[in-house]
Design a protein around this ligand. Structure first.
Ligand SMILES: Nc1ncnc2c1ncn2[C@@H]1O[C@H](COP(=O)(O)OP(=O)(O)OP(=O)(O)O)[C@@H](O)[C@H]1O
Length: 415
């Protein structure tokens, strides 16, 4: 008799008790639908028909091997820019294929790419084919040589190309845009290239040199944040993430309303719904109700904030406590000078029973917090002969900051 006899198999391991036959659990039927990276099917893209058509009109000639127009897509995060660009590129590829044309399509996340050579390497590698005979090593060749190899691949293997540069403002300079957009004109490549640039910064175009501006043309599309109705529809389309009857009817409208009021970001709205589901699951509640949303939201923000500052020294948390105390105590102006924050920070350290760091170190930590967008900093001018000084404000709710610890330091500001 060994341990594999059926008698043993019938004993469930409680560790996996919530996992059902389909790999889901009692709340989620398909949690994947609420993953941020999940790309919805075409019929699940809500409220962007106009943007899709406009973009398709601009890049459309590429499906016949003719020169497409380049386009810049602007809008806040989570407004569907990448989704629309990828969707249009995919359909363009299919249509080109149907017409017997070879269309190269590729997206590069410029925030991930480490500079010009890496960006071109990524493009060349992802459109390369075994038949091109071109090698695209990850290192060891010059930037110029990466361009040459890209041109070779395009010339040999394709009739046209659509290249999406996501977060294009992170490229640092104009070189990539300049060389890609002018490659054909400069006789480097025979294949027409359309560039879809995506940016969250509405003034991005102003930063470009005149030459790049004129090569890229003037096609710009703005993506407004979603309104409550659009967010509601986006969420409704993913409700099969949950088992039937688990999601109370008011949850999606409330999630959409909260998200519309705060940011209009589809990604955050979907994440909030997922957190509400997780909350119900982790607390064995069996259903998702409207009340869970606020709780889930706060819990999610606390987790996110902890993640953000995890790599910083512990004193960055004490600075945040100082700022949270100051913000809670302030009537309206929530900007505070470094020296004011430092005074309260000393009180926090006192409560925490730890020594204080120097003002310079605290300044450095405040810069890091601003870089992570936990706080925001401003250079202020003190007026004639008074020099400049910095002011800071908390970008997170003080409540969320205080919830990072079971026993956070509340201090008396006025004493
Ligand atoms: N119109 C929509 N319909 C359905 N889902 C959407 C829609 N817009 C956004 N989403 C969802 O939100 C996610 C984020 O959208 P997307 O990546 O396109 O935003 P973005 O505007 O490019 O923002 P970022 O600049 O942060 O990348 C998408 O993967 C998708 O899951």
């Amino acid at each position: 008799m060994d341990g594999n006899e059926s008698g043993d198999l019938e004993e469930p391991d409680e560790l996996f008790q919530t996992v059902d036959e389909t790999g889901g659990d009692d709340i989620f039927a398909n949690r994947e639908l609420l993953n941020i990276d999940h790309v919805p099917d075409e019929n699940r893209i809500v409220g962007r028909d106009k943007h899709i058509t406009e973009l398709a009109n601009e890049v459309g000639p590429a499906v016949t091997g003719s020169p497409p127009n380049s386009v810049i897509l602007y809008g806040k995060t989570g407004s569907g820019k990448s989704l629309v660009a990828n969707h249009v590129m995919e359909r363009a590829w299919n249509e080109a294929d149907r017409r017997g044309k070879r269309l190269a399509t590729v997206t590069v996340d410029c925030a991930q790419a480490k500079g010009e050579a890496d960006t071109i390497q990524t493009i060349a590698e992802s459109i390369n084919t075994p038949s091109s005979g071109v090698k695209v090593p990850t290192r060891g060749i010059s930037t110029n040589e990466y361009y040459n190899r890209l041109w070779n691949i395009l010339n040999q293997e394709y009739d046209a190309a659509l290249i999406t540069l996501d977060e294009v403002d992170r490229l640092g300079d104009d070189n990539v845009l300049m060389l890609l957009s002018r490659a054909r004109e400069a006789g480097k490549v025979d294949v027409p290239i359309g560039i879809i640039s995506i940016s969250n910064k509405v003034n991005f175009r102003e930063q470009m040199t005149e030459r790049v501006k004129s090569s890229l043309g003037h096609n710009e599309t703005i993506f407004d944040p979603y309104d409550g109705e659009q967010l509601r529809e986006i969420l409704e389309n993913r409700k099969d993430a949950f088992h039937d009857g688990v999601l109370n009817p008011g949850v999606i409208p409330k999630t959409a309303a909260l998200a519309a009021q705060r940011h209009g970001d589809a990604r955050k709205a979907i994440r909030l719904l997922r957190h509400a589901g997780d909350y119900a699951k982790n607390n064995n509640i069996g259903e998702v109700t409207e009340d869970h949303l606020e709780l889930a939201q706060e819990q999610a923000e606390v987790e996110r904030l902890k993640e953000l500052i995890a790599g910083l020294p512990p004193h960055s948390k004490y600075i945040l406590y100082a700022l949270a105390n100051l913000t809670n105590n302030a009537e309206d102006n929530v900007w505070f000078r470094t020296t004011v924050i430092y005074d309260i920070y000393k009180k926090v350290c006192n409560v925490e029973g730890t020594d204080t760091l120097t003002t310079d170190t605290i300044r450095g930590l405040l810069s890091e917090l601003a870089f992570l967008e936990v706080t925001e900093s401003n250079q202020e001018h003190g007026g004639m002969g008074k020099g400049t000084y910095k002011e800071h404000r908390l970008l997170w709710e003080p409540n969320v900051v205080f919830k990072m610890d079971p026993d956070p330091a509340h201090v008396d500001i006025d004493q």
